[in-house]
Design a binder for this molecule. Structure first.
Ligand code: BTN
Length: 252
């Protein structure tokens, strides 16, 4: 991202002298923009949001449809924790984003699907992509505000009866992500999810229910009861721990 190139689309969202949140009309990926900001020394909490993305990306190399009307936000994070704790960063971000959405639509009972999807009524409301830079990380958040991608088990805030202004939502989500990450970092501990595990588990969907464990190639690895998530962020299904690289979960 070249600052000159993105300046014409930029509106300062007005957070004082530091302009912590920048709103663009269009960009490739806000995660790329935020990573470049991080490389150039942007402080913890600096954020960039866009009305549209032309190259939005999700986890595992998937494209992220990014039409106008939904939220595309990325936050630069400098939690200052030991590298061994960094796997706890994405769950901490998830707790922050889910908290913001639960506040907006309390009746929707927004939950986290391990490791970090945002679900409402069993349908995907949004997703989180955390990417680590050398001395910082970027938390990218996509939320279906006005519309959900067709043909997927997805929903939107509009479908849930909540009309939300994307700029306002970007501010709220940014603030909640920073607050959750700061609380997690300040809690200390040796293991990645120390300081956030209880909150994360309280938001976890399908806990105590029968789930299917799906390998990255789409094959079913196992079925069993989702017991919860451990302090390393692994899903425990019938006593067996799975990392997010090894598996995803579906309801059985
Ligand atoms: C997922 O696969 O569920 C994660 C999706 C993350 C999408 C967001 S939109 C804002 C930011 N910019 C991107 O290119 N991706 C993230």
């Amino acid at each position: 991202m070249n600052r000159d190139a993105w300046a014409p689309g930029e509106k300062d969202a007005g957070q004082g002298r530091e302009a912590r949140l920048r709103m663009l009309d269009e960009t490739g990926s806000t995660n790329d923009d935020a990573r470049e900001l991080a490389r150039s020394g942007a402080p913890h909490g600096t954020a960039v949001a866009a009305r549209r993305q032309s190259a939005g990306r999700g986890r595992r190399g998937h494209a992220w449809a990014s039409d106008e009307g939904n939220l595309y936000l990325s936050v630069v994070l400098r939690p200052g924790v030991a590298p061994a704790r960094l796997p706890g960063l994405a769950p901490a971000c998830g707790v922050g984003v889910a908290g913001a959405l639960r506040e907006l639509v309390p009746a929707a009972d927004v939950r986290l699907k391990w490791p970090n999807d945002l679900l409402a009524g069993g349908r995907k409301l949004g997703g989180i992509l955390v990417e680590v830079e050398r001395d910082a990380a970027v938390c990218g958040v996509g939320v279906n505000v006005a519309s959900a991608p067709a043909g997927l088990a997805a929903t939107s805030l509009a479908e849930l009866g909540r009309v939300a202004a994307v700029d306002e939502l970007a501010r709220l989500v940014r603030e909640r992500v920073v607050t959750a990450v700061d609380a997690w970092a300040a809690a200390g501990g040796d293991r990645p999810l120390d300081g956030i595990l209880d909150e994360y588990q309280a938001l976890l969907c399908w806990r105590g229910t029968w789930v299917r464990v799906i390998a990255p190639d789409g094959s079913e690895r196992a079925r069993g009861t989702l017991e919860g998530v451990d302090a390393w962020g692994r899903a425990i299904v019938d006593g067996v721990p799975y990392t997010a690289e090894q598996a995803s979960l579906r309801p059985a």
